[in-house]
Design a protein around this ligand. Structure first.
Ligand SMILES: Cc1ncc(COP(=O)(O)O)c(C=O)c1O
Length: 500
């Protein structure tokens, strides 16, 4: 936590965002550099057993009486994992292109993170978990400045830390509702009736407002608000009560995007017309939309893209109907798309109202534009409101991303990855719709069954990936993925596809 300690000593070190919606990485011609504490490069995957191997199977059986274990792919040996390679308990070494569902920014056991956690000066941050809304540690402000604020989206100077991606969206929704009602009341106060009815879950205190989300979107499942806004998987939703909130169609584009410009524009216009109709009908039905919540690239729903023009128009429509724009960057954020934040690529004239994140940032959180904080204190929050131990890691992660120009590396490796996928698509008829931004890439197979078989074959040959949507394979490597790793993956995928 070098910078934080320096800052505490008095020398404030601030990051200045270079220019509107352009990251410093994009403008610089300087080449990226590899981490000074670079990993010991291993030769590639090494497979001793199939996945899961016998030791993993035994542990899965041990876990099963205690908790659900049917989703486990393998048990990992994190102490022996390194960089982009994860070791399992059977001694298999896999190239990890899933990275804990897109949550591992620097690969395994990055020296900078390990050093920060080993530093005895930081022990108190690991040993004492505070209620951040009441008694934050004295380093808290400096840590926020050195991590989340150092890479904040343009014009966003406020950030609230949370526990996870679902919590981030839930707090963004609550902020939107409170803001909407605040605007309706103007300088007035809540009525006695509102105060009395809210604790009985009745209107008008529990007011009739909604969040507009998109079909196929995913915003979390740990809270019923985030789950209501999600629609990517029946298994997550079935049997659970949901708010009566509207869903708009998300564009189903054809790939490659550059070959289908006209059809894709028509498809986006169709969806935008539906959005406008919903905003209007919700208003007329006295359940106005307080916020539109959207992923820059639908992740769990199958790596679905939309154009910058689509998002610009979404923001314009929202403004016309007093609906805030919440951009859910839980999966796209923190560099993986070749931008620190995927929405930077839209070149919006004004920033979104809120940007939610979690995963690679280690802590959940919401960037909030000025003017949205509730009038009274204490209306948002929970016991922990994040975790300084995770912020300690985030300080190192951001430091390494900036120092080693990892977003540049993502663009270079991502170019190789997408180029390679497109070449394979030309060679194998079962592969289609290769698409991606940075190393955030995906490709489709003809059916769910074939997709799952290809994933299984990749696991057994030493590449760890998972699916998204109905028939896509998604790639979510660490930002430290190099063109060399990309070559290893493409060779193995080529071999797998040749067998189908
Ligand atoms: C876009 C998006 N939003 C929200 C979430 C929920 O995050 P969490 O699982 O941390 O609650 C996810 C998780 O995959 C996600 O991909």
């Amino acid at each position: 936590m070098k910078r934080v300690l320096r800052q505490l000593a008095g020398a404030t070190l601030r990051y200045h965002h270079p220019c509107r919606y352009r990251s410093s990485f994009a403008r610089s011609s300087a080449p990226f550099v590899q981490s000074r504490e670079s990993y010991e490069e291993v030769d590639g995957p090494e497979m001793i057993t199939s996945i899961p191997g016998p030791r993993s199977k035994a542990l899965i059986d041990d876990l099963n009486p205690i908790q659900e274990s049917r989703t486990v792919h393998f048990f990992a040996d994190y102490a022996s994992s390194n960089g982009s390679y994860v070791m399992d308990v059977d001694g298999n070494r896999l190239l990890d292109l899933n990275c804990q569902i897109a949550s591992l920014p620097l690969g395994y056991n990055h020296p900078a993170i390990v050093a920060a956690l080993r530093n005895p000066n930081n022990t108190h941050l690991l040993a004492n978990r505070p209620a951040l809304g009441y008694c934050p540690p004295r380093e808290f402000v400096a840590m926020l400045e050195d991590s989340l604020l150092a890479v904040a989206p343009f014009k966003m100077k406020q950030v609230m830390t949370t526990m996870c991606g679902s919590c981030s969206n839930e707090n963004a929704f609550k902020t939107s509702f409170m803001h909407y009602m605040q605007q309706m009341r103007g300088s007035g106060s809540p009525t006695d009736e509102e105060i009395q009815t809210c604790v009985q879950n009745k209107t008008p205190g529990s007011c009739k407002l909604s969040i507009l989300a998109f079909s196929g979107g995913f915003h979390g499942r740990s809270s019923l608000g985030a789950l209501t806004a999600s629609s990517s998987k029946v298994a997550f939703k079935l049997d659970l009560p949901a708010f009566d909130w509207p869903l708009a169609p998300f564009p189903q584009l054809q790939y490659p995007l550059e070959d289908h410009i006209r059809e894709n524009r028509e498809e986006e216009n169709r969806c935008l017309a539906a959005v406008e109709e919903i905003l209007d009908s919700q208003l007329k039905a006295n359940c106005p939309v307080a916020a539109i919540c959207v992923e820059p690239i639908q992740a769990e729903g199958g790596d679905n893209y939309a154009s910058p023009a689509f998002f610009k128009e979404l923001q314009r429509l929202g403004k016309a109907y007093r609906a805030l724009l919440i951009v859910d960057e839980v999966q796209t954020g923190c560099g993986a798309t070749g931008h620190m934040w995927a929405h930077e690529s839209w070149q919006l004239d004004e920033p979104p109202d809120m940007v939610t994140f979690s995963k690679k940032m280690q802590t959940g959180g919401v960037y909030v534009r000025n003017g949205l904080r509730p009038k009274q204190p204490g209306r948002l929050g929970c016991t922990w409101m994040g975790d300084p131990a995770k912020l300690l890691m985030a300080v190192e992660i951001i430091d390494v991303i900036l120092r080693d120009r990892l977003v540049d590396l993502v663009r270079v490796s991502g170019g190789e990855l997408l180029g390679g996928l497109k070449e394979l698509e030309n060679s194998y008829s079962i592969l289609s719709a290769a698409r991606g931004m940075g190393t955030y890439c995906a490709v489709d197979l003809p059916t769910t069954e074939i997709r799952d078989d290809v994933i299984k074959a990749l696991h057994n040959r030493g590449v760890y990936v998972i699916g998204s949507g109905v028939r896509s394979i998604r790639l979510r490597p660490a930002l430290t993925l190099t063109p060399r790793h990309v070559g290893v993956f493409l060779d193995i995928l080529d071999g797998v596809l040749a067998d189908f």
